[in-house]
Design a protein around this ligand. Sequence first.
Ligand SMILES: [Zn+2]
Length: 89
Amino acid sequence: MPDFPGSPTPPPSAAPADGPAGPLVCSARGCRARAAWGLRWNNPRLHAPERRKTWLACPDHREHLSTHLAERSFLREVVAAEELPGGRE
Ligand SMILES: [Zn+2]
């Protein structure tokens, strides 16, 4: 029976506290609040119809940002931030 007293080395945990994707921060200019909503939008002059861009919005800026997109007929849907797919643009 070999006798190796060394304890197994745990893998290095260098992941940042906020997780690999980082915190979801509101997209409003100058706002650092945590985003609660994802505004999914598409500019048909620039994007393919199925393409979706995502703006993140905190509760305070959801109205402002969604109105901005809706006025241009860009807004497609509003979803809770935790329901957003991993990929952000
Ligand atoms: Zn905000």
